[in-house]
Design a protein around this ligand. Structure first.
Ligand SMILES: *[C@@H]1O[C@H](CO)[C@@H](O)[C@H](O)[C@H]1NC(C)=O
Ligand SMILES: *[C@@H]1O[C@H](CO)[C@@H](O)[C@H](O)[C@H]1NC(C)=O
Ligand SMILES: *[C@@H]1O[C@H](CO)[C@@H](O)[C@H](O)[C@H]1NC(C)=O
Ligand SMILES: *[C@@H]1O[C@H](CO)[C@@H](O)[C@H](O)[C@H]1NC(C)=O
Ligand SMILES: *[C@@H]1O[C@H](CO)[C@@H](O)[C@H](O)[C@H]1NC(C)=O
Length: 418
């Protein structure tokens, strides 16, 4: 079927208008009425030259802007579990690996700029479902649009379920087995990138999680791109919590911090670089977000991990309301299964890391020594104030978990959603 000349013009106008007005009313009355070729729902093989434009107008693109060990996997799941969201876990990993093989976080300005430029271009392509753009960064380079080297492919449900992955098993068995990331990779075989792109087009929305974009200002070109309809969720966490978690996870990089904890003496050559970077990036980015520049209106939401851990359902509802998307039952079920909200202690997921991270947002208070806490909070003082994390002055305060270190910051304008 073909679109008539008139409906094409209407579509074009509507698509433009959509960028500047609330999309909710439009998306509840799909534009596909004008061009009834399936659009977002049927994926490829749609014969309408304005298909892309229309589809993109309807879609919401979500970027989770985070840093390592700030709870971003948990937030990613809030989208991964939604049946209408195509979710990618950290695709920028490949950009960093290809462009800056040795440096985790380059402090060289020129290198950083090149990385960020490439990262932005890739994000734009991925949101538009041009997944083949990712191939030039994957090592070894995929041949025939097929690869078994996609980083954390198993973390993306869409990439582990039909039609991308047809596992020769019964349905129940399939969903059980593939709840495990490693199992997905083992059973699904190499990823067919063309099929993955089709799966992306077939979903109404797309979400990408990244820890490789330092600040919201780095995303300005994407946020201002009227074809993209990008909304950014900046996830933050108490830097003392990030530190404690990184010490456990990145044992080499944070070796000296472990030494400090074990011996009680701060090593002379302790590097505050990483934690300073976290605090500076957060401080600049959040300050900008809260200053509400016109280009960020309606496109930026600040989310504290601690709030999410304490009130997962409520915060997730606020999140979806900011995005203007309906919250799906399966997301709520997942939250109930994977947080303290669950009273079923025999639940299969009881011991998964996800569950732990939600339950233990504040367990850094018993993992770091008092000296380490003081040292870190001194370095990050302005940020702690901005985000509403309390400084501790005595070990007793630190260890007394009934004394909360998280100030209530739920009211606007702190919690920015318009
Ligand atoms: C699109 O429509 C034209 C004209 O009707 C037709 O010739 C062509 O085969 C169609 N293409 C697809 C992919 O359906
Ligand atoms: C590419 O994939 C197609 C379809 O699976 C196959 O027929 C072809 O031989 C493959 N080509 C290469 C170079 O692997
Ligand atoms: C990937 O899927 C496409 C679409 O179904 C198919 O044409 C192609 O042969 C597949 N490629 C490989 C390498 O299997
Ligand atoms: C939640 O847990 C129940 C019982 O273990 C299970 O049947 C259900 O599939 C789970 N739902 C999700 C979304 O994880
Ligand atoms: C722990 O904190 C609570 C709440 O601030 C306080 O009531 C209690 O006295 C504190 N306990 C100790 C042992 O300091």
């Amino acid at each position: 079927m073909q679109c008539s000349w008139k409906s094409m013009v209407l579509l074009a106008l509507a698509s433009i208008a959509i960028q500047y007005t609330a999309i909710r009313t439009f998306s509840s009355k799909p534009l596909s009425l004008l061009c009834p070729v399936g659009l977002a729902t049927t994926g490829h093989a749609v014969n309408c030259s304005l298909r892309d434009l229309t589809r993109l107008g309807q879609r919401t693109h979500i970027l989770i802007l985070a840093t390592t060990r700030s709870g971003s996997s948990f937030v990613g799941q809030l989208f991964n579990q939604h049946p209408e969201v195509f979710y990618l876990f950290e695709p920028l990993y490949h950009v960093q690996l290809a462009l800056l093989p040795r440096l985790a976080q380059s402090r060289n300005l020129a290198e950083r700029r090149v990385m960020l430029g490439a990262a932005r271009d890739l994000l734009r392509s991925l949101f538009h479902c041009h997944l083949s753009s990712l191939e030039s960064y994957i090592r070894p380079r995929p041949s025939n649009h097929s690869t078994d080297k996609l980083f954390r492919r198993g973390a993306s449900r869409s990439l582990c379920s039909p039609p991308v992955c047809e596992v020769p098993l019964g349905l129940e068995e399939q969903s059980l087995v593939l709840s495990d990331e490693g199992e997905c990779v083992k059973r699904c075989g190499p990823l067919n990138v063309s099929l993955a792109a089709d799966a992306c087009r077939a979903k109404h929305h797309a979400a990408i999680k990244t820890v490789r974009i330092p600040q919201i200002s780095d995303l300005r070109a994407l946020i201002e791109d009227p074809r993209l309809n990008l909304k950014v969720v900046q996830l933050v966490r108490d830097p003392r919590g990030i530190l404690a978690s990184r010490i456990e996870t990145f044992r080499d990089t944070y070796r000296l911090w472990r030494l400090w904890r074990a011996t009680g003496h701060r090593p002379h050559n302790l590097d505050l670089g990483q934690i300073n970077t976290v605090c500076e990036d957060f401080l600049r980015s959040v300050s900008l977000g809260l200053a509400r520049p016109p280009w960020l209106r309606g496109r930026y939401m600040l989310l504290r991990y601690e709030d999410l851990a304490r009130f997962p359902l409520q915060k997730t509802r606020e999140l979806y309301s900011f995005l203007g998307l309906p919250l799906d039952r399966s997301v709520e079920d997942w939250i109930i299964n994977n947080t303290r909200g669950s009273s079923d202690l025999s639940s299969r997921q009881k011991f998964t890391t996800v569950r732990d991270s939600a339950a233990n947002a504040e367990n850094w208070r018993v993992k770091l020594s008092f000296d380490m806490v003081v040292y870190t909070q001194t370095a990050c003082q302005p940020l702690l104030e901005l985000l509403g994390y309390k400084t501790v002055f005595q070990a007793r305060e630190l260890r007394n978990l009934s004394y909360s270190l998280v100030e209530d910051r739920t009211a606007p304008p702190f919690f920015l959603n318009n």
